[in-house]
Every structure is written in structure tokens, then in C-alpha cells.
Design a protein around this ligand. Structure first.
Ligand SMILES: C[S@@+](CC[C@H](N)C(=O)[O-])C[C@H]1O[C@@H](n2cnc3c(N)ncnc32)[C@H](O)[C@@H]1O
Length: 358
């Protein structure tokens, strides 16, 4: 039987668009059809699109011989440094309290200047300016990444919807700053706890976040991190199991939907807009990737059904799978239950493996 996923430990990871935290049991039971769990300690698992890190953290805990984990974005790389390559450095109380120090004289209050009140209220923007500034000053990369993760978690507490760090929060930020009447806000927000949370002192959740994050620092397989374009990296690495969870063609892009978060983490606005990933634009990039994947025997591909049905996706994979067995699975799934009302969204999974076993 596949090992039950680590739901509690995975809460250390911030909420991530398209994250597979809720689907790990399904992924691992599908994978075990191609390769029994008892063999996993002999194998290398490759997670080519790490995103919020759930699959890589799960793989690390399973005790694969090694895990290779990649994502092109800085936001995901930070999670890798905090939870994947790091198994030892933990957050102390003193370290998280250092985030609450005032900004030094002469340092620009970047969040307040650029995202207030478009995204955050003044009080929240000031806390983010302090915390992100001090997190970035830490000399140790693992500790710096952990402190930035604390601030990422807190930033999601400072908006009404944790999954949406953007201008959809403006009405709430304006109400908090006295620029708009509270009666203007959707009455639902009075009952779902979001307004109560927004009214708390900015640092109220600091200790809770510290414990949550320390819970995700696990021992396990050695993990090698990469921050590269998947198409460039894949021919340069090898392994036994290739997990692909690219951006789904025809859905919201990671580059646009994370612009505020990416600026908070970097401490400045990107000098130029980061181009939208080729994987978000069409399925051509996915096909190009599969064409480069033959040297890794077992493939597990996650995809959505926005542009392709399960049958279409199976067909697409078969073109590149050569003599592998190809099996498809589907699950009804809603990523953002407060935004997406569609009942038709499905998570698709394709497993491809050598006919004689690996
Ligand atoms: C669907 S998410 C992965 C979610 C992940 N499996 C999880 O459980 O959180 C897709 C990720 O692909 C990354 N990405 C987009 N284009 C990429 C590229 N060309 N190479 C590598 N990563 C890319 C995005 O930054 C995003 O984090």
C-alpha cells in the first residue's frame, strides 16, 4: 500500500496555485502500479515543476534514493531551500521576532509605496516591509528562505483570500484604512472569518507560523535543487521516475498571478515583466518536453482538462511514449473553491511505464 501523505507537515508550505497537496495519495497509488513502493528506495524521483513543493516534500519523505527538484521561479526555489535541501535548520523564536524590528533609517518602505491600498492596508504593508526586509538580511540561505516563507504565509493572512495576493483585496484594504465604508463589503466575509482575521494585530500569527513551518522540516532523501527552464534541464539530468506538473495550457499564468508575491519576495518590482511560460500558452511545450524524456523510464504527468480530454491527453503522450504502457486517470477537482464555480474541472493523470516493468 502507498504511504499516506503527510497532510500536517505539508501545511508548512504556503498555499500554491495548482498545488497537489490534496492529490498526493492519488498520485502515489497510481505510481505504485508502475513500480512497487518497496523499490522506491533504489530509485531517483525527478519533480520537474516543483511549484509549492508538495510533491517534492512528499518524495523526500518517502525515502527515494534521491530527489531532483526543479522550478524556474524564485518563489519556488525559496521553498526548495527552506524545506527540501534543508533538513536541519529550524526557526527559533528569536529569529522570527527579529522580523518585527522597525525598518532602518533611509530604507524605502517598498510595500507601502507600491501596494497600499491596492493590495494591503497601511498597517499590513508596514509589517510586510519590516518582515521582508529583515528576512532578506539573514546571511544563511536556509534561514533566509525560512524567514521569507514566514512572511509569505503572513502576506496571505493579510488578504481576504489566501490564494489571491492581488488587487481583488483592495476593497478590504480600503475599509481597514478608513477609506471605504465596511457596509460596502460582501456580507459573506463577515461570516467566513476573513474580516476577523484581517482585523487581528499584524504579528498575531507569528508564533503559529513558526511552529507550522518547523513541522515541515523533515529528514529523508537527499534533494538536489535546480532553478531552470524544464526544457533545458531535462536532457541534462537522469532518473527513474519523471513527475511532470507543468502549467496547464489555457489557464491563468503563474507569472501574472504571482506578480505581487514575486515582488514581495524579491524586494523590488521586476525590471521587465517576466514572460508568460510557454507551457501556459499551448500544449506545444509539453510535447517538446515529452520528446526529450525518453531517457527516464517511468512518467507521471498531471494535467487539467481545460484544453484536452483524458483521451486526447493519453493520445498525445502515446506519440512520445514509444513501447511504454500508457494509462490515464481522472478526478473531479476544484483548485480555488471560492473562485471557481465550475463543476467540470478535472485533474488528469497519465502514467507511462516500460511494458516489462522497470
Ligand atoms: C502546476 S505548478 C506545479 C505545482 C506543484 N506540483 C505543487 O504541487 O505545488 C507549475 C509550476 O511550473 C513552473 N514553471 C513554469 N514554466 C516553467 C518552465 N519553463 N520550467 C520550469 N518550471 C516552470 C511555475 O513556476 C509553477 O510553479
Amino acid at each position: 500500500m502507498p504511504t499516506a501523505p503527510l497532510q500536517k507537515q505539508l501545511q508548512a508550505l504556503p498555499t500554491y496555485l495548482g498545488g497537489k497537496r490534496q492529490l498526493l495519495l492519488w498520485l502515489s497509488s497510481c505510481l505504485s502500479r508502475a513500480c512497487p513502493v518497496a523499490r522506491w528506495p533504489e530509485l531517483t524521483f525527478v519533480d520537474l515543476f516543483r511549484g509549492g513543493g508538495a510533491v517534492s516534500l512528499w518524495a523526500k519523505a518517502q525515502g527515494f534514493q534521491s530527489v531532483l527538484s526543479n522550478d524556474i521561479s524564485l518563489r519556488s526555489h525559496l521553498l526548495g531551500q527552506a524545506f527540501l535541501s534543508n533538513s536541519r535548520v529550524r526557526l527559533s523564536r528569536e529569529a522570527v521576532l527579529s522580523l518585527t524590528q522597525s525598518l532602518p533609517e533611509g530604507i524605502l518602505a517598498f510595500v507601502e509605496a507600491h501596494f497600499c491600498p491596492d493590495v494591503f492596508s497601511t498597517r499590513h504593508a508596514q509589517a510586510l516591509d519590516q518582515g521582508f526586509y529583515w528576512a532578506r538580511q539573514h546571511p544563511d540561505p536556509a534561514m533566509r528562505a525560512l524567514l521569507l516563507t514566514v512572511m509569505w504565509h503572513l502576506a496571505t493572512e493579510f488578504v481576504a483570500f489566501a490564494t489571491s495576493l492581488g488587487t481583488s483585496n483592495r476593497p478590504f484594504a480600503e475599509a481597514l484604512d478608513g477609506l471605504r465604508a465596511w457596509d460596502d463589503l460582501n456580507p459573506k466575509r463577515y461570516t467566513d472569518g476573513s474580516l476577523k482575521r484581517l482585523c487581528e494585530p499584524a504579528w498575531a500569527r507569528l508564533e503559529e507560523k513558526r511552529r507550522l513551518i518547523n513541522g515541515g522540516i523533515l529528514g529523508g532523501s537527499p534533494v538536489t535543487l535546480y532553478q531552470q527552464d524544464a526544457l533545458t534541464l531535462l536532457p541534462q539530468i537522469t532518473g527513474d521516475i519523471l513527475y511532470l506538473d507543468p502549467p496547464y495550457a489555457g489557464t491563468v499564468s503563474y507569472e501574472r498571478s504571482n506578480e505581487v508575491l514575486d515582488a514581495l519576495l524579491a524586494g523590488h518590482l521586476a525590471p521587465e515583466r517576466i514572460p508568460v511560460s510557454e507551457f501556459s500558452k499551448s500544449t506545444d511545450a509539453l510535447e517538446a518536453l515529452l520528446a526529450k524524456a525518453d531517457h527516464i523510464p517511468i512518467w507521471l504527468l498531471s494535467y487539467g482538462n481545460q484544453e484536452l480530454s483524458l483521451e486526447d491527453l493519453e493520445e498525445l503522450v502515446r506519440v512520445y511514449a514509444k513501447d511504454r504502457v500508457v494509462q490515464g486517470f481522472a478526478k473531479r477537482y476544484r483548485h480555488l473553491s471560492h473562485v471557481s464555480r465550475s463543476q467540470n474541472n478535472q485533474e488528469l493523470l497519465i502514467l507511462a511505464y516500460p511494458a516489462g516493468g522497470h
